[in-house]
Ligand binder design. Structure first.
Ligand SMILES: Cc1cc2nc3c(=O)[nH]c(=O)nc-3n(C[C@H](O)[C@H](O)[C@H](O)COP(=O)(O)OP(=O)(O)OC[C@H]3O[C@@H](n4cnc5c(N)ncnc54)[C@H](O)[C@@H]3O)c2cc1C
Length: 424
């Protein structure tokens, strides 16, 4: 695939050039959520500066092995990426549609099976490497004159004065904007510099991720087994290749990463109850401690937070980036309407609309993950009895199944326009 490096270079500014302009919006962080936010704003005619501390490239080689970080994208996220023009870039690189989900439990014989066919849907979502999503978004940014880039820049200080946000870069003066958007991930510097508090909860679990090849086909299905230690999941990728998410107590993180390939393959086989037979090949793997974080506020005058900078969640239901893309879509809709009505986009009453729309919904998804975690984590008699009843019941009652799947596919709340399917 041809690199858009030259186009990106054309749009990149030096710090001096960035300082000498008035920006509608500065987005800090060009990950999946920040890139989607900047692109959507650029498409709405805002003058946007996207500040990313790393170098970025959209080059893609299909021969490359699968990367460790993979996301399961919902229909709402697919619509957002299609409406932004980035979906084709994802399909041109690498993604996989899954048509079923199978959930089962270690302590009971209960299982539940969701199928796209039963729901009258072509699939239940797509598994895509994070780097592919990011590259496809950056490829679109490279074609949008409204978005300019400041790469490998270091933010030092943030100040708010005269209804403006001022970003001070390391040794390079200040950039002024009506609105700064923090899209700089879980350890958001923007959130910290703005003194926004954070509610946290340590799940005391880590996720071991990576790709494996199995003896048997994944049948385009995502498999999730609830175990006492934490869930184990196979996300369908290529030919007999699945991305795994193996949740373990934190104290096992180093052990899991120190295993030889043969040992790792064996442990993954056991954790998955050999559902796809033996693991015949393992690729690079990594592990992340899991922490729920929720910013006490998403907005302040002239500031908004989106994606992981505002919230992180247990990844067992694969919702993190999906929630972040919805944040981006809602924020851009709110800002565009405010501008049409002649309102200042940095004004708190405008930004609060975004916060009201998204914060409660994100909190609810976070809490429901904890409910699952609690239900399946410990081996207590009463809970075990409930588990035995829950999965078979959920499997038999189609309305429950369809409701659960509908929530997972499209999100719970009223969708912003960007997340809706558009007529061709
Ligand atoms: C094990 C695991 C599995 C997951 N699986 C799924 C899944 O299946 N589905 C799903 O939806 N989600 C999943 N998630 C969550 C998902 O990965 C995150 O929600 C998502 O990556 C957040 O994207 P983001 O753009 O908000 O933040 P990030 O991906 O963290 O991007 C932040 C960007 O900001 C840049 N940056 C950081 N600081 C600065 C700074 N000071 N200045 C400038 N730039 C800066 C970084 O370089 C980076 O490019 C999973 C998470 C984990 C840990």
């Amino acid at each position: 695939m041809k690199s858009s490096k030259d186009a990106l270079k054309k749009q990149s500014l030096s710090a001096e050039e960035a300082i000498n302009r008035q920006w509608d919006v500065v987005v800090v962080g060009g990950g999946m959520v920040g890139a989607a936010t900047a692109l959507a704003l650029g498409q709405q005619g805002f003058d946007v500066l996207l500040l990313e501390r790393q170098a970025i490239d959209t080059y893609w080689n299909s021969e490359e092995p699968y990367r460790t970080r993979v996301s399961a994208l919902t229909r709402a996220s697919e619509n957002i990426l299609k409406n932004l023009g980035a979906w084709q870039g994802i399909e041109n690189r690498r993604c996989h549609a899954f048509t079923a989900m199978h959930v089962w439990d270690e302590v009971s014989s209960g299982e539940v099976h969701f199928s796209a066919l039963e729901m009258g849907e072509p699939n239940l979502g797509h598994t895509v490497e994070n780097s592919v999503i990011q590259a496809a978004l950056w490829e679109q940014i490279a074609q949008n004159d409204r978005v300019r880039l400041l790469l490998e820049a270091r933010l030092e200080k943030l100040q708010f004065e005269n209804q403006q946000a001022c970003l001070f870069l390391e040794g390079n003066g200040k950039i002024e904007t009506q609105l700064v958007i923090g899209a700089d991930g879980a350890h958001s510097q923007v959130r910290q510099l703005a003194h926004i508090g954070l509610d946290t909860h340590d799940y005391e679990q880590c996720a071991v991720v990576g790709c494996v090849k199995t003896e048997n086909s994944h049948q385009d299905t995502c498999w999730q087994r609830y175990r006492k230690e934490g869930p184990f999941a196979f996300l369908a990728m290529g030919n007999n290749v699945s991305s795994i998410a193996w949740y373990l107590p934190n104290e096992k993180l180093e052990w899991a990463l120190s295993l030889s390939d043969e040992e790792f393959a064996h442990e993954v086989g056991m954790a998955s109850d050999w559902k796809l037979g033996c693991v015949v090949e393992v690729a690079q793997r990594s592990a992340f401690p899991l922490v729920r974080r929720h910013a006490q506020h998403y907005v302040k005058p002239n500031l908004a937070l989106v994606g992981d900078s505002a919230h992180t969640i247990h990844p067992q239901a694969g919702q993190g980036v999906n929630l972040g893309l919805l944040d981006a879509a809602v924020l851009v809709e709110v800002l565009s309407k405010a501008r049409q009505q002649g309102k200042a986009i940095g004004c708190l009453s405008v930004l609060r609309r975004y916060e009201r729309w998204r914060r409660g919904d994100n909190a609810l998804v976070q809490r429901s993950m904890e409910g699952f975690d609690w239900l399946f984590k410990q081996d207590v008699l009463l809970k075990n009895e409930f588990r035995k009843a829950f999965l078979p019941l959920a499997n038999r009652l189609n309305p429950i199944k369809n409701w659960l799947m509908g929530q997972a596919l499209n999100g719970r709340e009223a969708l912003p326009e960007l997340a809706k399917k558009r007529a061709l």
